[in-house]
Ligand binder design. Structure first.
Ligand code: NAI
Ligand code: MG
Length: 366
């Protein structure tokens, strides 16, 4: 029998509120014969309050063993004055670092009912479903030499874009694996016209493709042209793979094609484990939203869609992920909106729990 283990770390602020809705969905799948071994633990400020550290060693060890970690959000004003070494964010950073999560996945997915939210024309974004894979552990944010020094009588600031073949190859593999579970296309973006690291990037992605994934349709694009194409006709893309710096910009750009922070899921993947599943951490893009925490106002969809990504990319349950995304689409089409999604006048927002319940009801009816 296949086991599916999941570590849930709700965290702080609205984290526990949105995670409670994900639990309802996990429980519903359980009633359909799809069981998950779920354990729950503390991260961020919640872990600091209990243990004096934002991530206990036991929790770190558990995260290394499970198939997937699902995290809510960390942080809040209560912890702002803490020493840097024990700040809630350090818990999340430790998870990412020790699990060596080098591929950051940011989908841009547009639900028809929310297409009016986009700053682009409705037909440009309606039905959009693309995935940006950003290299997360190397590149110009980490390269040496770096710093600010004096040359003569002026200051010079230096950062170095540095990529090894193996760093490029492993994130390329992540992108090609995702393409297998999606529409089978990868577009790699760099600046091979002006950067040597870009030339190497292009070569290595092509080599990995030719040797291991010849069935995937691969194209290359300069990252600046890619930015233009993303706003002109984003539906031409399926998976985009790019470096840390370009990915930082392009993933934020792509996210806003589709609207609200309360809707955006993400994943960070690492190397395949012994069972073939990648090390994986799934989390909404948003933070702990202290301004609305404890009020039942949070939109749980970003966290629910993060679980849908776990279904698809950690557990090979693409059909179930589709089903969950369709349920989200259906409640939105019915006009249900949490407060963050309210544009139209005269609509009453639903609560976090009402949104979760409605999604479960759609699943049950599908
Ligand atoms: P935030 O994402 O928590 O909130 C920004 C704005 O969006 C707020 O007005 C909030 O109410 C709204 N919002 C966010 N998620 C929402 C949701 N699901 N439904 C409805 N509205 C939502 O970012 P902010 O305010 O900059 O940071 C708040 C705290 O969260 C800080 O302590 C920050 O360090 C932490 N943070 C944690 C992250 C994480 O855990 N990955 C990421 C970003 C921030
Ligand atoms: Mg950014």
């Amino acid at each position: 029998m296949t086991t599916r283990s999941l570590l849930i770390l709700p965290g702080d602020g609205i984290g526990p509120e949105v995670m409670a809705e994900v639990r309802k969905i996990i429980d519903w799948f359980g009633t359909q014969g799809l069981a998950f071994e779920v354990s729950e633990d503390l991260v961020g400020g919640a872990a600091y309050d209990a243990h004096g550290t934002p991530l206990h060693d036991d929790t770190m060890a558990k995260a290394q063993e499970v198939d997937a970690v699902l995290l809510g959000a960390v942080g809040g004003p209560k912890y702002d004055a803490l020493d840097f070494s024990v700040k809630p964010e350090r818990g999340l950073l430790r998870l990412r670092k020790e699990m060596d999560l080098y591929a950051n996945l940011r989908p841009a997915q547009c639900f028809d009912a929310l297409a009016d939210f986009s700053s682009l024309k409705k037909d440009v974004v309606a039905g959009l479903d693309i995935m940006i894979v950003r290299e997360l552990t190397s590149g110009v944010y980490f390269g040496e030499p770096r710093g600010i020094h004096k040359e003569g009588n002026e200051r010079v600031g230096i950062n170095t874009q540095r990529y090894t073949e193996s760093e490029i190859a492993r994130v390329a593999r992540s992108a090609f694996e995702l393409a297998h579970k999606r529409a089978g296309k990868v577009c790699s973006m760099e600046k091979a016209n002006v950067m040597e690291s870009g030339i190497l990037w292009r070569d290595v992605v092509q080599e990995v493709h030719d040797a291991e994934y010849p069935d995937v349709e691969l194209s290359h694009m300069y990252a600046d042209a890619g930015a233009m194409q993303l706003t002109r006709w984003p539906k031409q893309f399926d998976v985009i793979v790019t470096d840390n710096l370009f990915g930082d910009l392009l993933s934020d750009l792509a996210a806003m094609l589709t609207g609200s922070l309360g809707m955006l899921p993400s994943a960070s993947l690492g190397a395949p484990m012994a069972n073939g599943r990648p090390k994986a951490l799934y989390e909404p893009v948003h933070g702990s939203a202290p301004d609305i925490a404890g009020q039942g106002k949070a939109n749980p969809i970003a966290c629910i869609l993060s679980f849908a990504m776990a279904l698809r990319y950690s557990f090979d349950l693409g059909a179930e992920a589709d089903k969950l995304e369709k349920a989200v689409e259906a409640v939105l089409a019915d006009g249900l909106r949490t407060a963050d999604l309210l544009g139209e006048e005269g609509t009453t927002p639903v609560s976090t729990a009402e949104m979760g319940d409605a999604i479960v009801a759609k699943l049950a009816a599908s």
